[in-house]
Design a binder for this molecule. Sequence first.
Ligand code: TYD
Ligand code: MG
Length: 454
Amino acid sequence: MAGKFKTSYICQSCGYETLRWSGRCPECGNWNTLIEEVIEKKAEKQRSRVLSAKNIETYRLSEINSQKETRTETLIKEFDRVLGGGIVDGSVILVGGDPGIGKSTLMLQIANNLKDKKVLYVSGEESPFQIKMRSERLGYKPDNFEILAEIAVDVIDATVDNINPDLIVIDSIQTLYTPDLDSSPGTISQLRECTSFLTKVAKSKNIPVFIVGHITKDGSIAGPKVLEHMVDVVIQFEGERTHNYRILRSIKNRFGSTNEIGIFEMTENGLKEVANPSEVFLAQRNYGASGCVISSSIEGTRPILIEVQGLVTSSNYGVPQRTSMGFDYKRLNIIIAVLEKKLGLYLNKYDIFLNIAGGIRIDEPAIDLAASMSLYSSFKDIPIDSETVVLGEVGLAGEIRTISNIEKRINEADKLGFKKIIIPKNNQKSITTSKYKIKIVPVEKIKQAVEILV
Ligand code: TYD
Ligand code: MG
């Protein structure tokens, strides 16, 4: 590009900036992600403005009036919970997820619920006609909906001034552009500029803005990742395409707790809330099959019972396969190593598959013991009692380590009528009541767990 512009190479995956092109990003290690983008010249003016401002004010916490933020409830309970109790005025909410996972549908559904609010729906992806078709298919007739098929931020700004909406939805940030920059829509510099622009609109006019952003599984066009620090709330849409369940997870929330999740079922009439997640994830559970173990995970503030499925089969090819779905791959390898060292289970000639049923992803170590037991059970082809719940983190020495929220988990298992629950020994002292019908069995070592279960 001509010398008039200042350009940089920006990694489209992690946002790393460099003056020289190379095939591989030195920061995140991805290939072919560095793209030349025009960078706006920093205004010299800005510096002089700050230097000339003599009376810059600072505040003491005690001098600031505390005020509760005003929230609008969307009437989708699961969604409100993820937000921490509804949409906060003037907040910017990034909704990320794979293409086709249901982001636009959710936005439409929220707009449909907020009947007395004027919603400006900026669609750079679908034509107004397509949006109409979709809304008819889902059975919505929102009348509070102003659709703007425009992708330039200055036009969006002017429209906001014109129609004064109560809520703005941007679908999606990857399609927007600001004419101030020369790079094309979807590049990191455009994403950043447009997001900061929208943030200004939200804050100055006190209008909440939903920004939809696509994220691919491998994070290669992860653009939205670099936007996370610019917005107030980041919500991620998760779920396997082949499954009907969708999980909304809040990864960042300036107005509430993070790691809260909402669970939805996809139907032809849109997303339906799932009030009893444990029952859903156990709906198709296997009774008396080897390799299947029930465990409990805390998602947000709620315990969810899940089925961990392990399969160990002899390997026909040179290097045995290790596959995990919904469970951390590195932890699977640790568990395999512990099974080998502490239980003498030699698995190097076996393919190993581990799956969390129902398409949910669990990142908690509390289900380690259940995962270990499912592999053990599958290897020996001996089923584990389906009325037993197994909890505990597995340490490298084969010890069963303490987990969080033990009572919530026991309570949920008890409520659903399970007969026995295996817990880490060190957790026993934090149990305060003896009201449970379920039999609580503490264990210290992985070996002990095997003796009890198999
Ligand atoms: P869509 O909202 O377009 O996904 P995204 O905006 O994340 O790319 O949803 C994808 C498709 O799934 C679309 O054809 C509508 C359909 N769908 C349903 O039929 N029911 C539902 O509950 C959801 C969420 C989606
Ligand atoms: Mg969409």
